[in-house]
Each structure stands twice: as C-alpha cells, then as structure tokens.
Design a protein around this ligand. Structure first.
Ligand code: GDP
Ligand code: GDP
Length: 482
C-alpha cells in the first residue's frame, strides 16, 4: 500500500486546493461559501515520481460553529491515526490564528511526522506568516501556493523520505511474507510471488545484508539532473555512467516512458539521475526526442538537488548556456558545471583561461562554482564530476549557527559598514539562517529599502567566502527592524 498522507488545518487555509493540486483532478469541491459540505475521501496523489494516498479532512460546516472544534478534533484524530505523515496547512497571509495553535497542540501530541505548509504564499505575500509559522514548533515551514502550484519542489523534498520509508517497510514485509510462504511449501514447488529473492548457488535465499553494501541500503539517493543544450553531450555522459557497471538493478531499471530518472550507485552512494534526453533515447522513444522542451529541463531541475550543467568545450558559455545556468541558480539548486568534449581541445591551458574569464564575468550568482573538465565519450573525469556533485550538495545543505553569523556581521560592520543614505546610517542589527537547500539568510535592517544592491552582493559574497559555500546560490533577504 502506498504511503498515506493526511492534510490537516482549519477551514479555508487551502486544504482542498492542495488536495486537488496533488491528485490532479477536481475531486474535492473548492468553495468559499461557508456551509458547503465536502466529502472526505482518499485520493491517489502524485508528485514527481512519488505516489501516495492523500486524505483530505475538508468538509466542515462553518454554520455548525458550536460543535466546530469537536468535529475538527474527531476528523483530525481519525486522519492522524490513519496517516503515515501529516501535511499541516496554515494560511501564510492570515498568520497564526488560535485555531492553528489548537491543531498544532493536537499534532504535537501525536507521534506522526508533521510537515508544516504555509499556504497562499505566492509572490512574497506570505512572508510575515512564514516567519510566524516557525513558532508552531514544527521546524521550517514550506512556503507554498496550492493555487498557483508554487513550492511543490520543496514539498517533494519533504515527502520523499516519508514515502521512501513506507515503501521500504512494505518491501521488507512482502519479502518476509514471500519467504514465509516459500518455507511452508513442499520441497520442489515454486512460490508464486512478485518479489524477487536473491539466491546463492544452492538456491538458498540470501538475506538482504548479504547482497553487498549497495543493495537494500536505506540511504536516500542524491537527486541529480543533467541539463544543457542539445548536443552538449548529456546522453553520452549518462550512458557512460550507466555503462560503468555501477548500475543498481539492470540496464532498463527505472526507464519507462514516463520516467526520466535512473538509479545507480557511485562509490556506495545511491544516485538518482534525471535526464531530459539520454534516457528517453535509451528507451527508444524516438518520437519524443525531437520535442524536448524547456519544461522538461525545468522539471528535472525542480526535482533535483544537484544540477550538472553540461557545456560543450568547443563552444562554452553561449547565450543558451547562460540562460540555463541562470535558471538553475534562480531555482536555488546546487550546481556543478561540466565542460564536456575536453578531448577535442588542443591547448588546455588557453581554454582553461578562457573558461575562468567567462565564469568571472557571467557567473556572479554562483561565484566559485566547481567547473569540471571531462570527456563523456572517453569516460574521463567522471569521478571528479561526481565528487564535485556531492561536495556542492554538502555546501547546499549547510547550516551556519546564529552566533557565528553574528560574529561575522560584527566584523563586517567594523570593516565595511553600510553606507549612509540621506545623511543617516543604515543599521544592520542581526543575521540568522532561516533555511538550507539552498542557504537562506535574513538580515534585520533599519532601512532595507534604501540599501544599495551592491551592498547586498557584498554581504552574499562575504557569507559565501567566510562560511565556505563556493558556487552555492545564496539567498539573502531583509526584515525591517530598528
Ligand atoms: P480548505 O477549507 O482548507 O479546504 O480551503 P480551500 O481549498 O477550499 O480554499 C479556501 C480558499 O482559499 C479558496 O477561495 C481558495 O481558492 C483559496 N486558496 C487556496 N489556496 C490558495 C493559495 O495558494 N493562494 C491564494 N491566494 N488563495 C488560495
Ligand atoms: P545531448 O544532445 O546533449 O544528449 O548530446 P549527445 O550525447 O547526443 O552528444 C552529441 C554529440 O556529441 C554526439 O555526436 C556525441 O558523440 C558527441 N559527444 C558527446 N560527448 C563527447 C565528448 O566527450 N567528446 C567528443 N569528442 N564528442 C562527444
């Protein structure tokens, strides 16, 4: 059975809208009118490659105000008991209400995983509610707009481990069942089961642990997207990876018409690679090949943690390349730049100089990004590339303590204070990290609206250097405070 995820929250925060968004059909009725009764029914949800069952708890009648709390409570308890995890939805525009706090109390007493969603946060409209949401004690809220489909990638990141854990549990249970069934059969008969069991030469079932370090491990795969313009060599690169006997479960694993991802193992680490061209080619879905769209690339980027931007060494940093890099940085993903077809370059030193000049000039937003030269065709530089991918992933996940950040800020204020504008100094009070993946810092500032853009760049570069996050797209925002 797929993972069961309940949507919980007070009326009107957008639960049904989120439900519809995840189920992809207009199953639940969304209505502003109080008193509209809605069914509570499970829906088959999909988000990227995740499949799960979603339980909606909408269906309360506002008119029934006297028993509202009681009914909410009953529904909530039921949904919580059923679910593997809970999406707790609040309205980021409205901020935290007493009803929200009520739900938070109920949820805190349950032992289920709670994912906090600050909905209606399209644009920047929900920012204050987002910060308030921290006070509910469920950690970092996911800023979303169920209506506009924003924040789905963050939701994916949060749900992934939950769905994985349930699936692993299911698989283990099925395998155990199959083993039990087999044990109870008379000798010579073959158990009919979907579950493939590993056997040794004598036909004995081998335990999970005996299959080697890679197989059956509960480790979460690193999600990598390979993007780049046509002909940069993406397919060649991925096929090379897959051909190097690192493949987890056979050459066609995970390769279906729908799927654009493939699993393999690099130095005992699981990797799930998203491709926009190569895997389809491998699956011989030729007709689709011609129609690879930006939307495909964007989808791969959204669901990835690390993006490998593949450039052709003979013509690097063309306009389209820069657009792709900009897209990746704006989506806030960890980045590695792969300069492919290095075998075609004669003067390596000269080419390297050109590339580093170009990165100086164009890649300010991901300053210090790892650039790896390689040849997909000849299989050179692949280990270097994966090393860089894991490194940039680590930096992308970095959390810097508030005390270290403020020691750094003290130094900044001494050596390079913000300028005076209209005769008054702009004051920076305090800095804290509110998010990782990518790192997001908030600076409390007396007059953020007049702080020059160049000073923000200075702060971002300072953070990047001081806390060792080269190449990471860093977010910096301000909150006004005297
Ligand atoms: P529920 O009672 O929690 O199920 O909430 P609904 O899904 O019925 O949504 C309540 C209202 O909020 C509806 O008018 C929705 O259109 C609106 N709404 C839902 N999600 C969003 C969002 O992300 N942004 C904005 N601005 N409105 C939303
Ligand atoms: P994609 O469109 O990005 O998937 O690019 P392909 O993988 O289809 O490669 C486009 C062309 O570049 C093919 O002719 C490949 O053989 C060639 N190619 C790919 N990688 C390399 C490389 O490292 N060196 C050389 N010399 N050619 C390459």
């Amino acid at each position: 059975m797929p993972a069961k995820i309940a949507i919980i929250g007070r009326p009107n925060v957008g639960k049904s809208t989120l439900f519809n968004r995840l189920v992809g059909k207009r199953l639940a009725l969304v209505d502003d009118t109080p008193g509209v009764t809605r069914d509570r029914r499970p829906g088959d949800a999909r988000l990227g490659d995740l499949r799960f069952t979603i339980l909606d708890t909408a269906g309360l009648e506002e008119a029934d105000a006297a028993s509202l709390e009681g009914r909410m409570r009953a529904q909530t308890d039921e949904a919580i008991a059923d679910a593997d995890a809970v999406l707790f939805v609040i309205d980021a525009r409205a901020g935290i209400t007493p009803s929200d706090s009520h739900f938070a109390n109920v949820l805190r007493r349950s032992d289920k995983t709670v994912i906090l969603i600050a909905n209606k946060a399209e644009g920047r409209s929900g920012e204050s509610g987002l910060y308030e949401a921290y006070s509910l004690g469920f950690g970092e809220p996911i800023a979303m707009s169920a209506e506009h489909g924003e924040g789905l990638a963050d939701l994916y990141q949060a749900l992934r481990p939950v769905v994985d854990a349930v699936e692993e549990h299911e698989e283990a249970a099925l395998a155990a069942e199959a083993r039990a069934a087999e044990a109870s059969l008379p000798p010579g008969e073959i158990a009919e089961t979907d579950v493939e069991l590993a056997t040794d030469e004598d036909g004995e079932v081998v335990e999970e642990e005996d299959k080697g370090p890679a197989a059956g491990s509960a480790q979460r795969p690193l999600r990598v997207a390979v993007v780049g313009r046509p002909n940069a060599g993406k397919s060649t690169l991925i096929n090379r990876f897959l051909g190097e006997e690192r493949l987890l479960t056979g050459p066609e694993a995970g390769i279906t018409r729908d799927s654009i991802s493939v699993d393999w193992v690099w130095r005992d680490r699981h990797v799930k690679m998203f491709d926009t061209a190569g895997i389809r080619r491998k699956a011989r879905v030729q007709e689709k090949l011609e129609k690879l769209s930006v939307a495909d690339a964007l989808r791969a980027i959204k669901f990835a943690e690390v993006v490998i931007v593949t450039l052709d060494a003979t013509i690097p940093f063309e306009k389209q390349d820069l657009q792709i890099i900009d897209l990746v940085a704006r989506e806030g993903r960890a980045v590695v730049i792969a300069i492919n077809k290095w075998d075609l370059i004669e003067d390596h030193a000269e080419a390297m100089q050109r590339i580093s000049d170009a990165t100086e000039r164009y890649l300010n937003q991901i300053r210090g990004v790892r650039i790896v030269t390689l040849s997909g065709l000849h299989g050179r530089g692949l280990d270097k590339l994966m090393d860089a991918a894991f490194q940039s992933y680590d930096m992308w996940n970095r959390r810097v303590s508030t005390s270290r950040l403020n020691r750094w800020l003290d130094g900044v204020l001494v050596h390079h204070p913000p300028p005076a504008v209209a005769g008054r100094r702009i004051k920076l009070r305090y800095v804290t990290q509110v998010k990782a993946r990518p790192p997001h810092f908030v600076v409390f500032c007396s007059r953020p609206e007049v702080l020059p853009e160049s000073y923000t760049r200075y702060l971002v570069n300072g953070l990047r250097e001081t806390f060792n996050m080269p190449g990471t797209p860093i977010r910096l925002s301000y909150r006004k405070g005297e």
